[in-house]
Design a protein around this ligand. Structure first.
Ligand code: F6R
Length: 604
């Protein structure tokens, strides 16, 4: 995901900006750039790919004495990863970097083009700098122009702007995307989108609040609220530990990644949802010509998201779909026919078994698609087509946000195919698209819910096993809940279809068998409920997750009422993730790096 840095002071600003960007590398990016303003002259450099490319481009560039500078790492959303789309974006005499989304950029851009402005990039960001320069012509000061510009933007942003006429000032604004400023006794000012670039450079930092905007000069830090009221900075001491700073104050990367799901799903949806259809810029529609069947193949968590897709694709797109565990598919001499689209799913894009099935499908002449989180990974390079999930770098070995974004992509794909196959009415597609728009807010973690699960977790640290049970798409979610728990708690857990319990596993039922029951209100509620009652009657300890109270449960984790089962899916996903996390934390395990596991499994 994108990263921002900024610097004002006497030190070597090029080096400070580059090393700040290096600290943000872990967030993932596909291009980077810096702009430095010194003695009324701006030098700007951009490069696609890794920071070494930018370092190479700037190796002969030297900054000495006072200067101001801004820098950015970009994770492409509006427009491909090209140099032109990389930040800083340039006006006639001003430069801007930005994280987030300017929702009304199309509107602003249309007017600016009508005013005669030429755009160089496909990004939403570029409107900021042109809008600023437009306002500059009619304002008494650069700050007035900046203030006006910010008031005209809708959406989420953290942005820094410099302009030639104000060679000792950096303008800033924050709304929805994180940003902080650090100060020190040398009158230096440091900006960044997270703590790590500032560690070691300054000890006192102010975290901007939504709506804050203002400017810095060598002697001033002026902050205004969204209501244009000047306010004092609130300085806090910066941690000196980089690893803990990267966790943004969370105890574990996994926890941070669970909380991040709202913003990464928003990224997954970005530019793909329209009023009455889903579009994937990266897909050529002909990929689906002559396709009568879809075969999905993956491992672990990615397999679970793919299993969810089998329900959605058949239900909405009416296309025959099946899924297989990659390590099984490899050696069973499967029949592969050319009217099958072969889809691999992988967070890393490097999992050996999955990669091998992709090679097999290609060798058999099948059309192939990869749903992946890592651009340029082996699978992305090999497949005919690719949809990136845009979850950002996932550090916790136990996958969370990668799963959430994969399911989001599959839901979008189901609607994309439904439109293509004419299998859902346009009214239903519009309804589903509106539901998708709700997902980012649905997955926001509520403090009260987290607290409740944390308290409850102390009752689930022993026993002879867990059964996560669910029906339909809640069955893959049950599998995923069980996998999360066993990975990080080392307790035995299984995911099972609710209706299958009576065909064997119910023999295990006793108070030391914990059943985690997924009971969605909007999908087979009565059926799933009677399956749970069967277990309750045999004295299994039941923890029910539902929006409807359930009197046969020993414990109950309520979710918010939603209008559709897929929204309940995402609500419950958060619950099972936090449930595992809290049990593991209580057991004192290494949540982020559980024993025996690796993040990327490149051996078979
Ligand atoms: C579970 C987990 C693993 C991976 C599996 C596939 O939390 O992370 O089960 O899902 O190893 O990895 P990818 O998706 O990278 O192919």
């Amino acid at each position: 995901m994108c990263g921002i840095v900024g610097y004002l002071g006497d030190k070597n600003s090029k080096e400070i900006l580059l090393s700040g960007l290096k600290e943000l590398e872990y967030r993932g990016y596909d291009s980077a750039g810096i702009a430095v303003l010194q003695n009324g002259k701006v030098d700007s450099f951009k490069a696609i790919g890794k920071l070494v490319n930018l370092e190479e481009k700037t190796k002969d560039y030297i900054t000495e004495d006072f200067s101001i500078g801004i820098g950015h790492t970009r994770w492409a959303t509006h427009g491909k990863p090209t140099e032109l789309n990389a930040h800083p974006h340039i006006g006639d005499e001003s430069y801007v970097v930005h994280n987030g989304i300017i929702e009304n950029y199309a509107e602003l851009k249309k007017q600016l083009i009508a005013d005669g402005v030429t755009f160089l990039s496909q990004t939403d960001t570029e409107v900021i700098v042109h809008q600023f320069e437009k306002n500059l012509k009619i304002s008494d000061s650069a700050f007035e122009a900046f203030r006006k510009t910010i008031s005209e933007l809708k959406g989420a942003y953290a942005t820094l702007l410099v302009t030639k006429g104000e060679s000792k000032t950096i303008f800033f604004a924050k709304n929805g995307s994180p940003m902080l400023v650090g100060v020190n006794d040398d009158n230096e000012k440091y900006f960044a989108s997270s703590d790590t670039p500032l560690i070691g450079q300054c000890s006192d930092v102010n975290y901007f609040e939504d709506g804050d905007y203002g400017y810095v000069t060598p002697t001033e830090l002026a902050i205004f609220t969204k209501d244009d009221v000047k306010k004092e900075a609130i300085f806090t001491k910066l941690s000196t530990n980089k690893l803990s700073a990267q966790k943004d104050g969370f105890r574990f990367f996994m926890e941070k990644e669970i909380y991040e799901q709202s913003s990464v799903i928003a990224d997954t949806l970005l530019g793909r949802l329209y009023d009455d259809e889903i579009l994937f810029d990266e897909l050529d529609d002909s990929l689906f010509d002559g396709i009568n069947e879809i075969k999905l193949c993956a491992c672990g968590t990615s397999y679970h998201s793919a299993l969810t897709a089998t329900y959605l694709f058949e239900r909405y797109a009416k296309i025959k779909t099946s899924v297989e565990v990659a390590s099984e598919f490899r050696y069973r001499q499967p029949i592969m026919s050319k009217d099958t689209l072969f889809v691999v799913i992988s967070q890393s894009g490097e999992t050996a078994d999955t990669l091998e099935t992709l090679k097999m499908a290609k060798a058999a002449g099948l059309k192939t698609l990869v749903i992946c989180n890592v651009d340029n990974s082996s699978m992305v390079r090999l497949a005919d087509a690719c949809i990136l999930t845009r979850a950002g770098v996932e550090k916790g070995v136990a996958s969370t946000k990668a799963f959430a974004t994969q399911v989001t992509v599959f839901w979008m794909m189901a609607l994309y195919l439904a439109k293509r196959n004419n299998s859902l009415s346009s009214q239903e597609i519009v309804k589903q698209i509106n539901l998708l728009r709700e997902v980012p807010s649905i997955v926001k973690v509520e403090d009260e819910m987290h607290e409740r699960i944390k308290r409850l977790s102390k009752r689930y640290l022993h026993g002879h096993g867990f059964f996560f049970i669910g029906r339909d798409v809640f069955y893959p979610l049950a599998l995923e809940g069980a996998l999360k728990l066993k990975e990080i708690s080392y307790l035995h857990a299984e995911g099972y279809p609710s209706g299958e319990m009576k065909h064997g596993p119910i023999a295990l039922a006793d108070p030391e068998l914990f059943t985690i029951a997924l009971l969605p209100q909007h999908l087979l509620y009565e059926k799933a409920k009677s399956n749970v009652e069967e277990l309750s009657a045999r004295d299994s300890t039941i923890c029910a997750i539902s929006s409807l109270a359930f009197d046969k449960a020993d414990d109950f984790i309520p979710i918010n009422e939603c209008t559709d089962y897929m929204l309940e899916f995402f609500e419950m996903m958060i619950v099972v993730q936090i449930f595992s996390l809290e049990i593991s934390a209580r057991l004192g395990n290494d949540v982020d790096m559980p024993r025996n596991l690796a993040k990327s499994v490149t051996v078979e």
